[in-house]
Design a protein around this ligand. Structure first.
Ligand code: ADP
Ligand code: ADP
Ligand code: MG
Length: 669
């Protein structure tokens, strides 16, 4: 085995590689830019080398500097991780030239497989089915028209250099061809520095299914099973799982053998992934090969029990594969969710900042690969991936439940993340039923929001959690206890019951809380449905509340602001307004939009920040029209017009903080 290696990467994947190295007794040298001086992975590594300024092209992409550092620190090999230089043939060649081992395939294998048209030609030679189309590059409109006519619409224009889904364009008809060709060439030039594009059939509503392979230097190749990565946004994977519901034993064997054939044909050694697209009839077609460790490799590790990084190191050092195809067994199911610093409400724009509060999920059958902690700074310079949460179960449904529970309790504060978005996907009935395709998100989501309303039971559970926290807080105030010293169940003397009125998004719920003889057990009525709720060792800590409801353990994320409680659960987020019956009687005049209109002045329904004003003085508006958007407790809510009419005056400004009851706009007459 190697004595010491350099890891030419950062963040979660650097930590992932270090973990295996530690176990194998391999020393590690990490590298870092100015932006990463305080990152966790630096601490985890045995040594660290400073590369340069934050921008990747001045640090993580400086080939000479990486190789020099490896040599200076007596490393024998370089692990490139994924992204950055991992699929850079020139770098792999330079590493070998310097007398170091590149932990990955040879430069020539990377070169041929890195080009989508060359690899497609190679696949054809290896007898691998490919997407119908042409591998010659297209530059003229006439060429494109001829090709599209032969393939049949819809067609896909693809950059040969490709990667990250950039530049790809779907063309549905001839009249869309010219514009798309132009746009595709421009984007391709911008992203990859050359404008070679080619055309293939666009497979409608496909699944993305890929095969993990492993090859040694002696012609042994095995496949470790498939991963389904159909949940994508803009051609980028978000949720991955293995096995795939669309693949049975016979198909797995065919795809696996096909992938191995391609690897052999390419003279491939080390770990790699052959990506296929699968149409609705179950036909699969090669799309590309990734010549590196994939982001989603943990799901394969969870079901095979193998350590892919260890195997990469063993192949690189020249060991033969320690097992044959028949020795590989797959147990259970694994699902991974990618947690990214991006804001689903703002078109998934990357979010940056300091992580001010951080509680990562932990538990059985759960693996969290991450490179962040409280205090970490997420910058604009690198990938937005913060963490990968990976769950295992005997069955798909078990794995899904473990993952949902984990995400319910994954609290990241300080910047926007997609935690609730991916959780909403995992909770969507179509996902539960395994009805997957690469346009899943387009079909079921709009502006980052799930189209389907959550089932009423989910709202009930959320209202219970919110009310318990509110109830506890009231008791704490009454008894002047220090917040953290209180245990919900312990604070009360049981009495008949405590009633609350809970105003949700569209409904008003009556809740009744009653402590049972056991002070940690409650009967809680939501309207007429009773739930048995246990607050085991009451935990409302770091914005998370654990409850057992009707025997099922759940965790909610909650935040209070007076009698408003924000709650997130299973991908849904809601703000509940909680009142005692007496408060409700007094507040009767306020809660509904209509009642917030007092002598033509529209009052603000909740405290927050004005993020958008959609009307101006003199506008005619209709009842229900969105006038002002308020951000309160991480959510945006629209204040709708309570009536038809004309706006006499807009009192608030964008960016202004408002309290409940502040005047927003004034109506005429
Ligand atoms: P990248 O290098 O960006 O990963 P890929 O060729 O792997 O590019 O394609 C990325 C994604 O684009 C695929 O996972 C799939 O969702 C979609 N895609 C690629 N080729 C096709 C095709 N011919 N038809 C339909 N979708 C495709
Ligand atoms: P942490 O240790 O994560 O900062 P604590 O639970 O110790 O969180 O609470 C710190 C302070 O934050 C407390 O004084 C409490 O008033 C406030 N706080 C705790 N939980 C919430 C919440 N869910 N919403 C709003 N404020 C909270
Ligand atoms: Mg790909």
């Amino acid at each position: 085995m190697f004595n010491k290696i350099l890891i030419a990467n950062r963040g979660e994947i650097a930590i992932r590689i270090i973990r295996t190295c530690k176990r194998l007794g391999v020393g590690t040298v990490a590298v870092f830019s100015e932006a990463d001086a305080r990152s966790i992975y630096i601490r985890e590594a045995d040594e660290a080398v400073f590369l340069g300024p934050a921008r990747a092209k001045d640090s993580y992409l400086v080939k000479e500097k990486l190789i020099e550092s490896a040599l200076a620190h007596q490393c024998e090999a370089i692990h490139p991780g994924y992204g950055f230089l991992s699929e850079n043939a020139e770098f792999a060649g330079m590493v070998a030239q310097a007398g170091l081992v590149f932990i990955g395939p040879t430069a020539s294998a990377i070169a041929i497989l890195g080009d989508k048209t060359a690899s497609k030609d190679l696949a054809i030679q290896a007898g691998v089915p490919v997407v119908p189309g042409f591998t010659n590059t297209i530059s003229l409109l006439e060429e494109a028209q001829r090709a599209a006519d032969q393939i049949g619409y819809p067609v896909l224009l693809k950059p040969a250099a490709g990667g990250g889904g950039k530049g790809m364009r779907i063309v549905f008809s001839e009249k869309e061809l010219e514009d798309n060709l132009k746009a595709c060439r421009q984007e391709t030039m911008k992203a990859f520095g050359d404008d070679a594009i080619f055309m293939e059939r666009y497979i409608v509503r496909p699944r993305h299914v890929e095969m993990q392979i492993l090859a040694d230097h002696y012609g042994n190749v095995v496949y470790l099973g498939e991963r389904e990565c159909s949940i994508q946004r803009r051609y980028q994977k978000i949720i991955e799982e293995t096995p795939s519901m669309a693949v049975d034993g016979a198909l797995r064997e065919r795809m696996g053998k096909t992938a191995c054939d391609l690897a052999l044909k390419a003279g491939y050694a080390n770990a790699g992934t052959v990506e296929f697209i699968m149409d609705q009839e179950g036909n699969f077609y090669f799309i590309e090969m990734n010549t590196r460790l994939q982001v989603e490799h943990p799901v394969t590790e969870m079901v095979t029990g193998l350590d892919l990084v260890e195997l990469q190191l063993r192949m690189a050092v020249g060991e033969a594969l320690p097992f044959g195809q028949q020795d590989i067994t797959v147990k259970g199911w694994a699902i991974e969710a990618r947690i990214c610093a991006e804001d689903p409400r703002r078109d998934f724009y990357p979010s940056t900042g300091i992580i001010t509060r951080y509680t990562a999920p932990r538990g059985r059958n759960l693996r969290v690969d991450t490179g962040i902690e409280a205090g970490s700074v997420v910058s604009v310079y690198y990938d937005s991936l913060l963490a990968k949460v990976v769950a295992w179960g005997e069955t798909r449904e078990e794995a899904r439940k473990v993952l949902v529970y984990a995400l319910n309790g994954y609290h990241i504060e300080g910047l926007a993340t997609n935690v609730d978005f991916v959780n909403a996907i995992l909770n969507h009935p179509a996902f539960v039923n395994g009805e997957l395709s690469t346009d899943f998100i387009e079909a079921h989501f709009e502006n980052g929001h799930v189209k389907l309303a959550p089932p009423f039971e989910r709202i009930h559970l959320m209202s219970i959690a919110a009310t318990l926290v509110y109830h506890n807080r009231q008791a704490q105030i009454r008894e002047s206890l220090k917040p953290m010293a209180a245990h919900v169940g312990g604070v009360y003397t049981p009495k008949e019951y405590t009633p609350y009125v809970v105003k949700g998004e569209n409904d008003i719920l009556d809740l009744r809380l009653q402590v049972d003889s056991n002070p940690n057990a409650w009967s809680i009525w939501v309207n007429d449905t009773v739930y048995n709720v246990v607050t085991p060792d009451f935990e409302f800590y770091r914005r998370r509340l654990k409850l057992q409801i009707n025997g099922e353990p759940h965790v909610f994320r909650l935040q209070y602001h007076g009698n408003f409680i924000w709650a997130a659960f299973c991908g849904a987020a809601r703000i509940f307004e909680i009142y005692s019956p007496r408060e409700w009687a007094l507040a009767r005049y306020m809660p509904t939009v209509e009642k917030r209109l007092k002598s033509n002045q529209l009052e603000c329904p909740m405290p927050g920040l004005i993020v958008d004003i959609r009307v101006q003085k003199g506008d005619r508006v209709y009842k229900g029209q969105e006038l002002v958007i308020i951000e309160a407790m991480k959510m945006e809510s629209a204040v709708a017009s309570p009536r038809d009419g004309e706006i006499e005056d807009v009192v608030v400004k964008q960016g202004q903080a408002v309290e409940m009851g502040n005047i927003l706009v004034v109506f005429k007459g």
